[in-house]
Design a protein around this ligand. Structure first.
Ligand code: ATP
Length: 237
């Protein structure tokens, strides 16, 4: 590859205590693309996202992460967030006691502010209908939409999505997928971790497959869909 990557992970190692989970991985993500980060349960996908977002755990003992010429590996999580990284965790973390709108407003307390609440409601009409409803009482799919909307309410460059389709009916997955395409059209870069590998690959431009903390494939998403051996061995699909 010659073009400098937008997000670059280089020889990243991540540990939980003594457990060596992510074993020196390197990959690039280009601006505006959707990268599917796939692999079996326990392969290290969540750990990779958490390390990129500079969460307190895992510890990143070695390696570098660069976002648009900024060295994320020297940052705390709040600094990485200010640099443009947004992690939407699997449990979605909607704040109890707050309405949909208050959850969005809270994300906009610290400048620079991202998408306006009106613009978010255009993207997520279901959230507009439920703006006065307490966030934690939304359906699973609506909570996922709120979690993504809350990320966009900040001024972000990269969206890290951890299993956004988990537990959702196919028709709701369709809706979220449509929204992720619209977000891509706005130039946001996405790393999508998903157990539902087929759905993720249909959406993604490229794929990275992890197996026990190492990269076993880095290439186009369509290549994975066409490669039966790869699918069977690492994705069980
Ligand atoms: P899944 O789809 O099951 O979430 P994953 O690919 O996201 O899988 P990780 O959650 O990154 O995998 O987990 C990778 C390994 O790290 C697993 O063996 C897991 O048990 C271990 N692990 C995860 N979180 C912790 C933690 N907080 N402390 C210790 N070990 C952990």
């Amino acid at each position: 590859e010659t073009a400098p990557a937008f997000l670059s992970v280089w020889e990243m190692q991540a540990y939980y205590g003594e457990s060596y989970i992510v074993q020196g991985i390197s990959f690039n993500v280009h601006e505006g693309e959707i990268l599917a980060l796939l692999g079996r349960n326990g392969a290290g996908k969540t750990t990779t996202l958490r390390a990129i977002a500079r969460m307190d755990s895992p510890q990143m003992n070695h390696g570098e992460v660069w976002l648009d010429h900024q060295a994320l590996h020297n940052m705390k999580s709040h600094e990485a967030a200010a640099a443009g990284i947004a992690l939407v965790p699997e449990d979605r973390c909607i704040i109890p006691g707050l309405t949909v709108e208050e959850n969005l407003e809270l994300a906009q307390i610290a400048p620079p502010v991202g998408w306006s609440i009106d613009r978010l409601y255009e993207l997520f009409p279901r959230l507009a209908e439920r703006r006065r409803q307490e966030g934690v009482t939304l359906s699973g799919g609506e909570q996922q939409m709120l979690a993504v909307a809350r990320a966009l309410a900040r001024d972000i460059k990269v969206l890290l999505l951890d299993e956004p389709y988990e537990g959702l009916a196919p028709v709701i997955v369709d809706e979220i997928e449509k929204t992720l395409r619209l977000i891509k059209e706005q130039g946001i870069t996405t790393i999508l971790v998903e157990q539902n590998a087929v759905r993720a690959l249909e959406l993604a431009d490229r794929a990275v497959i992890l197996d026990t903390g190492s990269i076993v494939f880095d290439g186009s998403a369509s290549e994975v869909l066409e490669n039966e051996e790869l699918r069977a061995e690492y994705l069980a699909i």
